[in-house]
Design a protein around this ligand. Structure first.
Ligand code: SF4
Length: 67
């Protein structure tokens, strides 16, 4: 669930000590699992079915977008 993924609606609030995979600049908006459109504040995520995540958010399933 969302808690296991350490989702935060604001990536700036991610605690790097608890989330060593986090790198500054990673957000839902540039995650390969994000389904929102560019410029939208939020959008769908493949891992959070039926919910929207914040474009500025982050979770520890972040994956670099191809390309
Ligand atoms: Fe955001 Fe990607 Fe995590 Fe979904 S999988 S919540 S888009 S970082």
């Amino acid at each position: 669930g969302a808690q296991g993924l350490a989702y935060r609606a604001n990536a700036a609030q991610v605690d790097p000590a608890k989330n060593p995979s986090y790198q500054p600049g990673q957000t839902c908006a540039n995650c390969s699992l994000y389904a929102g459109n560019v410029g939208q504040a939020q959008g769908g995520c493949a891992l959070f079915y039926g919910k929207e995540v914040a474009a500025a958010g982050w979770c520890n399933a972040w994956e670099r977008k191809a390309g």
